[in-house]
Design a protein around this ligand. Structure first.
Ligand code: NDP
Length: 452
């Protein structure tokens, strides 16, 4: 029987090996540490998981595709970007995970996201494996025509690697409904197939699911509410700080408001807005979804209740709840200290890995309920899987039905994480609960399917 400390030593060796074999990929190292550091109890308790090669296979993507994406800007100049698709693990179903278009994208970022996605997708209980992709293309300031030409070039290579039974991309940072439309159009043109299930996040009129745009934000708020319920509280009357002003942030604010909380901030890479009356969503949607503008213009147009803080971080605003919804490592130990000082009760991650490991530690030490992204933001991919189910059946469900399924899935994820943490002597530790529960499901499937 292997002890926890022997298992821990073996995992430490593996982490060193991961750093050695994947140089200059700090985000991937961070994600691997975050998961592997919590697995010792389950590997010690269940010897079949400690089989040599299981965790080693899990941290190595099944396939990684890198490709050139040439396109012409509006001046006719040729631009060259790099495209990525990391197909990480398909033990539970076709690879599933979004595409990110942002200048910070590189292989290490895509691998961190793909690795997280394996466990997140497992937690949903649905039949989807883990993958992620994207490009270092920056859509900011690009015309619609440029974005279309870029998407068409990107898909001209990607199409040969994806398919409804193989790999099903969706949106992420910089990839919303507009980009999914251009990508789907090019896939259809090249393959001459109406294969709706090849991409999710499609428009509702042509194969998309109702509630998919809302799902990640709504799901995160439901997860936060479930964590509060464990402590005998609810969302009513709570003040919330939300970062970001994209898809996840907007629908987080919408659900918070609907459930009686007051969401007082939003942000983008230029700074943040604080609005003591609560964020006016119609105005924010107009600026971000229609005009593709910046958050400072929200403050200009909103009047006296709102102000713009250039370069600032929302975490300095006192609040009961914090829902980071922009990007990785956007909430560090200084931010955590400020949140704790101001009495925050729960932090629930809408973004992927937005909280640094040091900040997570501080929050947990201070008794703050902490919902990790792979559990808290899994509503988006869960509804993507429901979109695939609707596509397969050539039907579409009502908003009410999708929302009901989303709520059930989020409740089940919360319960699974909570119970798994208790089973492994870490009550209230959703990080451990999420990692172990996601791992168990994937590991069982990998063991059953042999060494592949
Ligand atoms: P969007 O592109 O719609 O919005 C991203 C927001 O975050 C924008 O306000 C953007 O500001 C801000 N942001 C992005 N990068 C940075 C940065 N480096 N510094 C400061 N601000 C930044 O993306 P989403 O809302 O879809 O995604 C947000 C997060 O949620 C990501 O971590 C994503 O992986 C995660 N997520 C998304 C899901 C989905 O369904 N869309 C599902 C699960 C997780 P600016 O415009 O100035 O760059």
């Amino acid at each position: 029987m292997t002890t926890r400390s022997e298992t821990r030593t073996a995992l430490d060796h593996l982490l060193t090996e991961i750093e050695h074999r994947n140089p200059a990929q700090p985000e991937f190292h961070q994600a691997a540490h975050e998961v592997l550091e919590t697995l010792a109890p389950v590997l010690a308790a269940r010897p079949e998981y400690a089989e040599p090669g299981l965790v080693e296979r899990l941290v190595e993507p099944e396939r990684q595709v890198l490709f050139r994406v040439p396109w012409q800007d509006d001046q006719g100049r040729v631009r060259v970007n790099r495209g990525f698709r990391v197909e990480f693990n398909s033990a539970l179903g076709p690879y599933k995970g979004g595409l990110r278009f942002h200048p910070s994208v590189n292989l290490g970022v895509i691998k961190f996201l793909g690795f997280e996605q394996i466990f997140k997708n497992a937690l949903t209980g649905l039949g989807i494996g883990g993958g992620k992709g994207g490009s270092d293309f920056d859509p900011h300031g690009r015309s619609d025509a440029e974005v279309m030409r870029f998407c068409q070039s990107f898909m001209t290579e990607l199409y040969r690697h994806i398919g409804e039974h193989t790999d099903v991309p969706a949106g992420d940072i910089g990839v919303g409904g507009r980009e999914i439309g251009y990508l789907f159009g090019q896939y259809r043109r090249i393959t001459n197939r109406w294969e709706a299930g090849v991409l999710t996040g499609k428009g509702a009129g042509w194969g998309g699911s109702l509630i998919r745009p809302e799902a990640t934000g709504y799901g995160n708020v439901l997860f936060a509410a479930a964590m509060l319920r464990e402590r005998g509280e609810d969302l009513e009357g709570q003040t919330a700080v939300v970062s970001g002003s994209g898809n996840v942030a907007i629908y987080t604010i919408e659900k918070l408001t609907a459930l009686g909380a007051n969401a007082v901030t939003c942000s983008d890479s230029s700074g943040y807005v604080v609005d003591e009356k609560g964020i006016d969503l119609d105005l924010l949607k107009q600026i971000k979804e229609v005009e593709r503008g910046r958050v400072d213009s929200y403050a200009e147009r909103r009047g006296a209740s709102a102000r713009f803080v250039p370069g600032g971080r929302v975490w300095e605003v006192p609040a009961d709840l914090a829902l980071p919804s922009a990007t990785q490592n956007e909430l560090d130990e200084n931010d955590a200290t400020a949140l704790i000082r101001n009495g925050v009760k729960a932090v629930s991650e809408g973004a992927n890995m937005p909280t640094t490991p040091e900040a997570v530690h501080l929050l947990q030490q201070a008794g703050v309920a902490f919902g990790p992204g792979k559990a808290a933001n899994a509503g988006g991919v869960a509804v993507s899987a429901l979109e695939m189910a609707q596509n397969h059946a050539r039907t579409s469900w009502t908003s009410a039905r999708v929302e009901e399924e989303l709520a059930e899935i989020m409740t089940s994820i919360h319960t699974t994480c909570h119970e798994t943490a208790e089973r492994y002597d870490a009550p209230g530790d959703y990080v451990t609960g999420a990692n172990i529960a996601g791992f168990e499901r994937v590991a069982d499937a990998m063991l059953a399917q042999g060494v592949i």
